[in-house]
Design a protein around this ligand. Structure first.
Ligand code: PEP
Ligand code: MN
Length: 341
């Protein structure tokens, strides 16, 4: 932490700041200039630096406080080079480009089983499907709950594909863990700290979607919560952010992929379905995700998008999904990624 004093701060004021910094547990390294004094503060590993910064900046004789260390530690690239999360033998974060696919929400057994078998034949590795659905409108469908989880389980029994499904409520984590192979934390819950702590206790991989408003730093701090709970099996998912654009549902921030790879060792996948909100744009953005270095994608697919209960406009048909996977092959080769486990 670097503390810059106001020009003309008196020796008493400088001494006051030095003492406060020492009380926080830092060692001080002051530079007494002609115009102003700068104090470098070193150490104090357990301190909440943002709070210390806010306290010091409230003093009229302090001009500015700059934090040098990132507010997350264990999910940082400084801690580790790369992490691979293993999901029932499927490595996420290696040279495999992981494809997760399935409907936005589990509607009924025939819908899910048909989708599961088809996406698997086309080359998907993991089946997605929501049993608990977050929704902006209190009047829309909120998922089948445990019945949906049972249907997902039958799809896994049938195909052998691991299941990713969302958990929204800390009270449901235990139940969802009985069925899911990956717990999904949705965009709206990225800063639900009780939920993050709860999935941190779980012994299942967690896919943490980026809050639609969140900076990379906030997103990585959310991941740090999960890590501190004892769960190191974390996958990040870029799913688009809110901007002023209205043609697309969100703006898919592909900057996030190489940026997160610089900042963190965790694998990162991309959701082009929620990132665009339009099925016609999903194939191009899936290829872009592969080209920009993502570890995989999560794509919404429905046998009959025109009758989908949720997110039909962004859902690919079974045939469109098949075609998309075929189009990834030459690109995967150029990028040095495998499409098969
Ligand atoms: C979903 O995956 O269907 C979903 C609700 O995603 P998000 O949380 O990104 O909106
Ligand atoms: Mn959806």
């Amino acid at each position: 932490m670097i503390v810059v004093m106001q020009p003309g701060a008196t020796p008493e004021q400088i001494r006051d700041v030095e003492e406060r910094i020492q009380q926080f547990g830092f060692e001080i390294h002051p530079i007494y200039g002609v115009e102003r004094t700068v104090i470098a503060a070193v150490g104090a590993p357990e301190l909440d630096r943002n709070e210390a910064k806010a306290q010091l900046e409230s003093l009229p004789y302090v001009e500015q406080v700059t934090l040098v260390l990132k507010p997350y530690k264990f999910v940082s690239r400084k801690f580790r080079e790369r992490t691979t999360v293993n999901v029932n033998g499927i490595p996420i974060g290696g040279d495999l480009f992981v494809v997760m696919a399935g409907p936005c929400t589990v509607e009924n057994e025939p819908q899910l089983l048909k989708t599961a078998q088809s996406v698997q034949q086309s080359g998907a590795h993991i089946l997605r499907g929501g049993a608990y659905k977050p929704s902006t409108s209190p009047y829309s469908f909120h998922g089948l709950g445990v019945e949906g989880l049972e249907i997902l389980k039958r799809a896994r029994d049938l195909t052998g594909m691991p299941i990713i499904t969302e958990v929204m409520d800390p009270r449901n984590v235990e139940t969802v863990c009985e069925y899911a192979d990956i717990l999904q934390i949705g965009t709206r819950n990225m800063q639900n700290y009780d939920l993050l702590r709860e999935v941190g206790q779980a012994r299942k991989p967690v896919m943490l979607k980026r809050g639609m408003w969140a900076t990379y730093e906030e997103w990585l701090q959310a991941a740090e919560y999960i890590w501190l709970g004892g769960n190191e099996q974390i996958i990040l998912c870029e799913r688009g952010i809110r901007t002023y654009e209205t043609y697309t549902r969100n703006t898919l921030d592909l900057n996030a992929v190489p940026a997160i790879r610089e900042l963190s060792h965790l694998p990162i996948v991309v959701d082009p379905s929620h990132g665009t909100g339009r099925a016609s744009l999903v194939p191009a953005l899936t290829r872009a995700a592969l080209a920009v270095g993502a570890d995989g994608v999560i794509i919404e697919v429905h046998p009959d998008p025109a009758h989908a209960v949720k997110d039909g406009a962004q859902s690919l048909t079974l045939d469109a999904f098949k075609e998309l996977i075929l189009s990834l092959r030459p690109l995967a080769e150029v990028m040095g990624r495998r499409l098969q486990v």
